[in-house]
Design a binder for this molecule. Sequence first.
Ligand code: ADP
Ligand code: MG
Length: 263
Amino acid sequence: MHREPGPGGSVEVAARARGLTKAYGSGETAVLALDAVDVDIARGRFTAVMGPSGSGKSTLMHCLAGLDSVSAGRVWLGDTEITGLRDRELTRLRRDRVGFMFQSFNLIPTLTAAENITLPMDIAGRRPDQEWLDRIVDTLGLRDRLRHRPSQLSGGQQQRVACARALLSRPELIFADEPTGNLDSRSGLEVLTILRQAVDDLGQTVVTVTHDPNAAAHSDLVLFLTDGRIVEDMERPTARAVLERMRTFAGGGPQGAGPGKEG
Ligand code: ADP
Ligand code: MG
């Protein structure tokens, strides 16, 4: 179930960054969201990204997925370097290889749930696999909500529509930014289970942001981010180990009472 490195210890990489730096704004008000991050996202694994609010988790996901430009450094999707790629090529690569679940869902308000789910494939001119679509819809409990528009759905239902949309084309690489953040624990577990299955049964690669140690425990590897840097990684995490680590980094709480090593 956990994919081991291949011969020679090399691991196939689904996404890679070297010196990935992202600054927002300039001068006095500039914010360094990512500070020279080096990361390899192993293919066929479930990676969780954790860290305090504002530590750069969403920015890292957006830059790795080619949704946001970088200030410095290089990013690859598979073997293809995406930094410096022209817009049209980048769009096609993303469309063919990447599914993204945004923190804010990004559903189209004028389309029904069903239309939102199939939109990326419609745009790409590809026909969804009906059996797979049915399985996703049923697993996520969306069957009786397919004709509703986003405004007629709860936050949790919108989250699940976004999940279905990201899974439908079976992309090699799925990014999910806090996919269980708006869900009750049962729906959250369903989403995590389907992401885990995407990795175990279909060989997809999943990268997810979460604040929840129980959610992180579904992953193969947790990357801990602080102030735009990966400060630690944890293989085969348990909820308990993750919680312990979060306590250490929190330094006594969000107000950072500990000997602030971030400076
Ligand atoms: P996280 O997802 O870990 O909460 P983000 O990646 O969203 O963190 O943000 C990292 C830092 O970059 C934060 O300080 C945030 O305020 C800043 N930031 C994010 N997006 C923007 C933006 N569009 N403009 C300016 N600053 C931003
Ligand atoms: Mg975020």
